[in-house]
Design a binder for this molecule. Structure first.
Ligand code: MN
Length: 230
Protein backbone atom coordinates (compact mmCIF):
# COMPACT_ATOMS: atom_id res chain seq x y z
CA UNK A 1 0.00 0.00 0.00
CA UNK A 2 1.33 3.36 -0.97
CA UNK A 3 -0.41 6.12 1.01
CA UNK A 4 -0.46 9.57 -0.51
CA UNK A 5 -0.63 11.14 2.96
CA UNK A 6 0.32 9.45 6.27
CA UNK A 7 -2.60 7.33 7.56
CA UNK A 8 -4.00 8.27 10.96
CA UNK A 9 -2.71 6.23 13.89
CA UNK A 10 -5.21 3.70 15.24
CA UNK A 11 -7.14 4.86 18.31
CA UNK A 12 -6.87 2.42 21.20
CA UNK A 13 -7.96 2.06 24.82
CA UNK A 14 -5.77 0.27 27.38
CA UNK A 15 -7.14 -2.97 28.80
CA UNK A 16 -6.88 -4.11 32.42
CA UNK A 17 -4.35 -6.93 32.47
CA UNK A 18 -2.58 -5.73 29.33
CA UNK A 19 -3.18 -5.11 25.68
CA UNK A 20 -5.02 -2.41 23.77
CA UNK A 21 -8.59 -2.33 22.45
CA UNK A 22 -8.75 -0.77 18.95
CA UNK A 23 -11.66 1.66 18.59
CA UNK A 24 -13.90 1.59 15.53
CA UNK A 25 -16.90 3.90 16.15
CA UNK A 26 -18.29 5.72 19.16
CA UNK A 27 -22.06 5.61 19.58
CA UNK A 28 -23.75 7.63 22.32
CA UNK A 29 -27.23 7.29 23.83
CA UNK A 30 -29.13 10.47 24.70
CA UNK A 31 -31.22 10.94 27.89
CA UNK A 32 -30.97 7.43 29.26
CA UNK A 33 -31.51 8.11 32.99
CA UNK A 34 -34.93 9.42 34.02
CA UNK A 35 -33.52 12.03 36.43
CA UNK A 36 -31.26 13.44 33.69
CA UNK A 37 -34.11 13.44 31.14
CA UNK A 38 -36.12 15.48 33.65
CA UNK A 39 -33.30 17.98 34.24
CA UNK A 40 -33.08 18.43 30.45
CA UNK A 41 -36.84 19.09 30.28
CA UNK A 42 -38.16 15.68 29.22
CA UNK A 43 -40.04 12.84 30.89
CA UNK A 44 -40.93 9.22 30.30
CA UNK A 45 -39.43 6.36 28.33
CA UNK A 46 -39.18 7.75 24.84
CA UNK A 47 -37.48 5.47 22.30
CA UNK A 48 -33.70 5.73 22.65
CA UNK A 49 -31.89 8.07 20.30
CA UNK A 50 -28.28 8.11 19.27
CA UNK A 51 -25.49 10.38 18.18
CA UNK A 52 -21.85 9.69 17.41
CA UNK A 53 -18.41 10.99 18.18
CA UNK A 54 -15.36 10.41 16.01
CA UNK A 55 -13.05 7.67 17.31
CA UNK A 56 -10.21 10.17 17.64
CA UNK A 57 -12.23 12.15 20.22
CA UNK A 58 -10.95 9.49 22.65
CA UNK A 59 -8.48 10.52 25.33
CA UNK A 60 -7.37 7.19 26.77
CA UNK A 61 -6.33 7.36 30.41
CA UNK A 62 -4.91 4.27 32.07
CA UNK A 63 -6.06 3.61 35.66
CA UNK A 64 -4.00 5.58 38.16
CA UNK A 65 -3.11 8.42 35.81
CA UNK A 66 -4.50 11.96 35.64
CA UNK A 67 -5.16 13.08 32.10
CA UNK A 68 -5.59 16.54 30.71
CA UNK A 69 -8.01 17.90 28.16
CA UNK A 70 -7.81 21.36 26.67
CA UNK A 71 -10.78 23.65 27.23
CA UNK A 72 -12.38 23.55 23.77
CA UNK A 73 -12.98 26.47 21.45
CA UNK A 74 -16.29 28.30 20.84
CA UNK A 75 -17.92 27.42 24.17
CA UNK A 76 -18.48 29.11 27.51
CA UNK A 77 -20.39 26.14 28.96
CA UNK A 78 -18.38 22.90 28.84
CA UNK A 79 -20.37 20.16 30.63
CA UNK A 80 -19.35 16.83 32.12
CA UNK A 81 -21.48 13.71 31.57
CA UNK A 82 -20.20 10.60 33.34
CA UNK A 83 -21.17 7.41 31.50
CA UNK A 84 -20.76 3.66 31.43
CA UNK A 85 -18.98 2.76 28.20
CA UNK A 86 -19.66 -0.63 26.63
CA UNK A 87 -17.06 -2.09 24.27
CA UNK A 88 -18.31 -4.37 21.50
CA UNK A 89 -16.15 -7.43 20.83
CA UNK A 90 -18.41 -9.23 18.39
CA UNK A 91 -20.36 -7.33 15.76
CA UNK A 92 -23.74 -7.98 14.26
CA UNK A 93 -27.06 -6.67 12.94
CA UNK A 94 -30.47 -7.07 14.54
CA UNK A 95 -29.01 -8.44 17.76
CA UNK A 96 -31.83 -9.40 20.13
CA UNK A 97 -31.51 -7.98 23.64
CA UNK A 98 -31.57 -11.55 24.97
CA UNK A 99 -28.38 -12.31 23.00
CA UNK A 100 -26.64 -8.96 23.44
CA UNK A 101 -24.37 -9.86 26.34
CA UNK A 102 -22.39 -12.20 24.08
CA UNK A 103 -21.41 -9.19 21.95
CA UNK A 104 -19.93 -7.21 24.86
CA UNK A 105 -16.17 -7.35 25.26
CA UNK A 106 -15.91 -5.17 28.33
CA UNK A 107 -16.66 -1.91 30.08
CA UNK A 108 -15.00 1.39 30.94
CA UNK A 109 -15.70 4.68 32.67
CA UNK A 110 -16.14 7.48 30.15
CA UNK A 111 -16.95 11.17 29.94
CA UNK A 112 -19.23 12.56 27.23
CA UNK A 113 -17.88 16.12 27.30
CA UNK A 114 -20.42 18.51 25.83
CA UNK A 115 -20.34 22.10 24.61
CA UNK A 116 -23.80 22.65 26.11
CA UNK A 117 -24.30 26.16 24.80
CA UNK A 118 -23.62 25.03 21.24
CA UNK A 119 -25.72 21.86 21.64
CA UNK A 120 -28.66 23.90 22.99
CA UNK A 121 -28.41 26.35 20.09
CA UNK A 122 -28.42 23.45 17.59
CA UNK A 123 -31.44 21.89 19.36
CA UNK A 124 -33.29 25.18 19.18
CA UNK A 125 -32.60 25.46 15.46
CA UNK A 126 -33.30 21.77 14.77
CA UNK A 127 -29.75 21.25 13.52
CA UNK A 128 -27.29 18.38 14.14
CA UNK A 129 -25.52 18.17 17.51
CA UNK A 130 -22.04 17.51 16.09
CA UNK A 131 -20.56 20.84 17.11
CA UNK A 132 -21.80 20.35 20.67
CA UNK A 133 -20.79 16.71 21.06
CA UNK A 134 -18.26 15.51 18.52
CA UNK A 135 -15.25 17.75 19.10
CA UNK A 136 -11.64 16.89 19.86
CA UNK A 137 -10.91 15.34 23.27
CA UNK A 138 -14.64 15.08 23.97
CA UNK A 139 -14.42 11.42 24.99
CA UNK A 140 -12.00 10.77 27.87
CA UNK A 141 -12.09 7.09 28.80
CA UNK A 142 -10.46 4.93 31.45
CA UNK A 143 -9.02 1.45 31.36
CA UNK A 144 -11.27 -1.11 29.69
CA UNK A 145 -12.14 -4.06 31.94
CA UNK A 146 -13.10 -7.34 30.26
CA UNK A 147 -16.63 -8.66 30.84
CA UNK A 148 -14.93 -11.94 31.75
CA UNK A 149 -13.56 -10.12 34.80
CA UNK A 150 -16.54 -7.92 35.80
CA UNK A 151 -19.46 -10.12 34.85
CA UNK A 152 -22.47 -8.35 33.35
CA UNK A 153 -22.79 -4.87 34.88
CA UNK A 154 -26.47 -4.39 35.70
CA UNK A 155 -26.18 -2.20 38.79
CA UNK A 156 -23.66 -0.25 40.78
CA UNK A 157 -22.82 3.34 41.63
CA UNK A 158 -21.79 5.75 38.88
CA UNK A 159 -20.40 9.03 40.18
CA UNK A 160 -18.57 12.15 39.13
CA UNK A 161 -16.81 14.61 41.42
CA UNK A 162 -15.33 17.94 40.41
CA UNK A 163 -12.50 19.19 42.64
CA UNK A 164 -13.55 16.58 45.21
CA UNK A 165 -17.23 17.62 45.29
CA UNK A 166 -19.76 15.05 44.06
CA UNK A 167 -21.83 16.45 41.20
CA UNK A 168 -23.35 13.31 39.65
CA UNK A 169 -24.42 10.24 41.58
CA UNK A 170 -26.52 7.52 40.00
CA UNK A 171 -26.87 3.78 39.68
CA UNK A 172 -26.54 1.66 36.55
CA UNK A 173 -29.83 -0.05 37.44
CA UNK A 174 -31.60 3.23 36.64
CA UNK A 175 -30.77 3.19 32.93
CA UNK A 176 -34.06 3.74 31.06
CA UNK A 177 -32.84 1.49 28.23
CA UNK A 178 -30.58 -1.29 29.51
CA UNK A 179 -27.28 -2.02 27.81
CA UNK A 180 -28.80 -5.08 26.13
CA UNK A 181 -31.85 -3.13 24.90
CA UNK A 182 -29.54 -0.41 23.63
CA UNK A 183 -27.52 -2.96 21.65
CA UNK A 184 -30.76 -4.31 20.16
CA UNK A 185 -31.88 -0.84 19.06
CA UNK A 186 -28.45 0.27 17.83
CA UNK A 187 -27.89 -2.89 15.82
CA UNK A 188 -31.22 -2.40 14.06
CA UNK A 189 -29.95 0.92 12.73
CA UNK A 190 -26.25 0.18 12.18
CA UNK A 191 -24.17 -2.98 11.77
CA UNK A 192 -22.19 -3.13 14.99
CA UNK A 193 -18.51 -3.93 14.53
CA UNK A 194 -15.83 -5.25 16.85
CA UNK A 195 -14.18 -2.15 18.27
CA UNK A 196 -17.35 -0.08 18.59
CA UNK A 197 -17.86 1.77 21.87
CA UNK A 198 -21.26 2.76 23.27
CA UNK A 199 -21.56 5.65 25.71
CA UNK A 200 -24.76 4.64 27.49
CA UNK A 201 -25.99 7.95 28.90
CA UNK A 202 -25.53 10.03 32.02
CA UNK A 203 -27.39 10.38 35.32
CA UNK A 204 -28.57 13.76 36.67
CA UNK A 205 -26.22 16.45 37.89
CA UNK A 206 -24.52 17.49 34.66
CA UNK A 207 -22.83 20.86 34.94
CA UNK A 208 -20.05 23.10 33.81
CA UNK A 209 -16.33 22.78 34.39
CA UNK A 210 -13.75 25.54 34.15
CA UNK A 211 -10.06 25.63 33.38
CA UNK A 212 -8.14 24.17 36.32
CA UNK A 213 -10.95 21.87 37.47
CA UNK A 214 -10.22 18.20 38.03
CA UNK A 215 -12.97 15.66 37.28
CA UNK A 216 -12.94 12.24 38.90
CA UNK A 217 -15.43 9.69 37.59
CA UNK A 218 -16.02 6.23 38.98
CA UNK A 219 -18.20 3.20 38.37
CA UNK A 220 -18.37 0.32 40.84
CA UNK A 221 -16.15 -2.49 39.57
CA UNK A 222 -14.39 -0.39 36.92
CA UNK A 223 -12.12 1.95 38.83
CA UNK A 224 -11.74 5.66 38.26
CA UNK A 225 -11.12 8.19 35.53
CA UNK A 226 -9.29 11.39 36.47
CA UNK A 227 -9.13 14.32 34.05
CA UNK A 228 -7.97 17.90 34.49
CA UNK A 229 -9.22 20.76 32.30
CA UNK A 230 -6.30 22.85 31.07
MN1 MN B 1 -24.18 11.75 27.13
Amino acid sequence: MSYVIPPAAPVTVPVAGGGEFPVHRIYCVGRNYADHAVEMGFTGREPPFFFMKPADAIVALPEGTTGTIAYPTLTANLHHEIELVVAIGKGGRHIAAANATGHIWGYAVGLDMTRRDLQNEMKKQGRPWCIGKAFEQSAPIGTLVPLAQTGELLQGAITLAVNGQVRQHGDLRDLIWSVNETIEQLSAAWTLQPGDLIFTGTPAGVGAVARGDVMEGAIAGLGTLKVAVA
